[in-house]
Design a protein. Structure first.
Length: 128
């Protein structure tokens, strides 16, 4: 279970860092093919702030939690639950403020990852 979640955290973290970096270096979203028009119903004028938030809370935090898992830290289960909650919250807030941004082949697997992190975190907590 621990190895499976570590692999998922790596995939999530690297993907988030890459996408966030592209949003931060090109806040117009043009590099990723995301039009600025998608932000009309949001408080953002461009993708810089979402990119910074994605980089920090999904990218860096996922890799930090992964490192805790690799070190077999006692904090790993709790941080895994927290990361799952953050991922679930990120996606939900994103869709609440921008309903036009739903991409089923992206959002469904990410929601599943969030649920897996939360469930595995609780399961790992019980094992210790």
């Amino acid at each position: 279970m621990r190895i499976f979640t570590i692999i998922l955290l790596f995939i999530l973290g690297i993907g988030a860092l890459g996408g966030a970096w592209m949003l931060m270096t090109d806040p117009s979203g043009e590099t990723l093919g995301i039009p600025l028009a998608l932000l009309q119903t949001t408080p953002f004028k461009n993708y810089l702030i979402p990119g910074i938030l994605l980089f920090t809370f999904i990218g860096l935090l996922s890799l930090y939690v992964m490192a805790l898992g690799l070190k077999k830290s006692n904090k790993y289960p709790l941080y895994l639950i927290v990361q799952g909650g953050i991922l679930f919250s990120w996606l939900t807030i994103e869709l609440m403020i921008n309903r036009n941004f739903y991409v089923h082949h992206l959002h469904i697997p990410l929601y599943l990852m969030g649920f897996i992190f939360i469930g595995m975190g609780f399961k790992l907590k019980k094992i210790k």
